[in-house]
Design a protein around this ligand. Sequence first.
Ligand code: SF4
Length: 100
Amino acid sequence: MTDKKDETQGFANQPPKKRPARPGNLRYPSLGTQARNLGKTAKQIVKNPKLADDNLFNKRMEICKACPAYDAKQNRCMKCGCYLKGKARFEAAVCPLRKW
Ligand code: SF4
C-alpha cells in the first residue's frame, strides 16, 4: 500500500523538465511585443488585403525555412512571433528582417 503523501513528495522531487532547444538559441519576443507586431501586420493587411499567390507564398516559406529565426515546430517566426502560414499569405506583410 502506498502513502499518498509520499507519492506527492516523490513527484515534487523530480528534476524540472528541460525546455526543447530553440534554433539559434532565440526566444520569442514578449507577449506585448508580439501583440504590437501583430498590430503592425494587421495595419499593413487592412491597407492591402490582397493575398499572395502560391508562388510568392512558397518563395517566402523557402526563405523562412533557411532562416535561423524560423521555428519549424510551430511554423512561426521567432523574431516577430507571427504564424507564418498566415502572415506569408498576405502580399503586404513583411519579414521583420526584410528578407522578404
Ligand atoms: S519572417 Fe523573416 S525573420 Fe522571420 S523566419 Fe521568416 S525570414 Fe526569418
